[in-house]
Ligand binder design. Structure first.
Ligand code: C2E
Ligand code: MG
Ligand code: MG
Ligand code: MG
Length: 279
């Protein structure tokens, strides 16, 4: 059957696959424990205004320090957490942690407009999502307009109406919504048309070659112009060097995020950077 699906590889059942399945199962068990054993942390990457260099926001990014394996990338364990449903619990923990941290920074009189939290598809499909967000805001005392929820462009079309409803309800609370990884999927324009959003985040795969590839440069420039026509704010992700930064600024991109300005930092390091930036 594997052969029927194309290629000459008989990969239907191999010892290698078996090993992978065992590895996956082990990681699943470990991830369950990680929550209780406090192996998960949240780090923060600055979002910087491209006109004045001010840090306007922080994206909360989860980190897992596995006791034996060391750091495990979210690209690896978030899909697993999605599959097993554990993402609901983990996602809620990230949301509360980020809201609490943001409130602490505000109380320390640090100037920061918002904290951005990634939502997984599974969370978006949850009936309780709006209630969860309300309770995170109430318990931490954070104002709704200081929270931005990022939804990935890669979400499927299944149950789209319900998702749009949920996003409307979140926006009515005053929470901001952004489309993450914009331009990495297949139906970007449909999202702009259908989803109630405030911000688009241009995917790093598009940003990467803006200086060397004139097609990518044209696409990015057009996306920024289009977003502005729709009164949306634009963030460029994965900005790694000055040439990319200069190009994006020249296209009036509002906000820059990437290693050029800073990698994701521990809360403590982020606060130090913020103090410097405020001064
Ligand atoms: P994302 O939301 O698109 O986050 C941006 C990713 O790009 C982060 O990877 C960040 O570290 C990385 N990045 C930032 N600047 C640069 C740069 O200049 N160059 C390069 N090459 N990379 C850069 P990270 O932290 O490994 O996260 C990967 C993905 O995992 C995130 O992509 C997001 O989809 C997911 N994720 C992370 N934290 C959470 C979470 O709390 N909940 C959910 N549902 N997903 C999360
Ligand atoms: Mg994101
Ligand atoms: Mg992204
Ligand atoms: Mg991404």
């Amino acid at each position: 059957r594997a052969k029927e699906r194309g290629g000459n590889h008989y990969q239907f059942y191999t010892p290698d696959m078996n090993a992978k399945a065992v590895e996956k199962l082990a990681m699943e068990t470990d991830l369950h424990r990680a929550v209780d054993r406090e192996e998960l942390t949240v780090c923060y990457q600055p979002l910087v205004g491209s006109f004045d260099g001010r840090i306007v926001g922080a994206e909360a990014l989860i980190r897992w320090q596995h006791p034996e394996l060391g750091p495990v990338s979210p690209a690896e364990f978030i899909p697993l957490a999605e599959e097993t449903g554990l993402i609901t619990q983990i996602g809620e923990w990230v949301l509360r942690t980020a809201c609490k941290q943001m409130k602490e920074w505000q109380e320390a009189n640090l100037s920061l407009d918002r904290v951005c939290v990634n939502l997984s598809v599974r969370q978006l499909r949850q009936d309780e999502l709006v209630a969860t967000v309300v309770s995170a805001l109430q318990e931490t005392g954070l104002a709704p307009n200081c929270l931005e929820l990022e939804i990935s462009e890669s979400i499927t079309l299944h149950n789209l109406e319900q998702i749009i409803d949920t996003l409307h309800n979140l926006q009515m609370l005053g929470v901001r919504i952004s489309i993450d990884d914009f331009g990495a999927g297949y139906s970007s324009l449909m999202y702009l048309k259908k989803f109630p959003i405030d911000t688009i985040k241009i995917d790093q795969s598009l940003v990467q070659d803006v200086v060397t590839n004139s097609d990518d440069a044209a696409i990015v420039a057009a996306v920024i112009a289009l977003a502005h026509t729709l009164k949306l704010e634009v963030v460029a992700e994965g900005v790694e060097n000055e040439a990319q930064f200069e190009f994006l600024s020249s296209c009036q991109c509002d906000i820059i995020q990437g290693y050029f300005f800073s990698k994701p930092l521990s809360a403590k390091k982020f606060e130090e950077l913020l103090r410097d930036n405020n001064a």
